[in-house]
Design a protein around this ligand. Structure first.
Ligand SMILES: [Zn+2]
Length: 107
């Protein structure tokens, strides 16, 4: 996952590796912003890997329990990705604001 920032409308768009750097909101060319993955993103991946391990090799034989584990995993991973998306967007907007502020300071 990477992010692009649109100068024209100020929208931050998450992009997959294969997508072009265009704003998803207005379609203008957008600038790619380098960003570290937040911990929520790593935790989300870790939870999915652990749950797959538990479901494949774990001691849970009961079908209902397996379903509940799978559903809980999906819910947790989804919530964490949404959270990581929100954190990343906030970081990008802060970066842009700081850059604008310093740019105006020079001019
Ligand atoms: Zn835009």
């Amino acid at each position: 996952m990477r992010y692009v920032y649109c100068e024209r409308c100020g929208h931050v768009s998450p992009k997959t590796r294969l997508e072009r750097d265009l704003c998803t909101y207005c379609g203008s060319p957008a600038e790619r912003i380098a960003l570290d993955r937040p911990w929520q993103s790593y935790l989300s991946s870790a939870i999915v890997v652990i749950a797959i391990g538990v479901l494949l090799f774990g001691p849970i034989a009961d079908g209902l329990q397996r379903t509940l584990v799978a559903l809980a995993t999906i819910a947790a991973a989804f919530a964490l990705s949404a959270w990581s998306l929100r954190v990343s967007k906030a970081r990008i907007l802060r970066t842009i604001e700081m850059r604008k502020a310093s740019g105006e300071g020079k001019a």
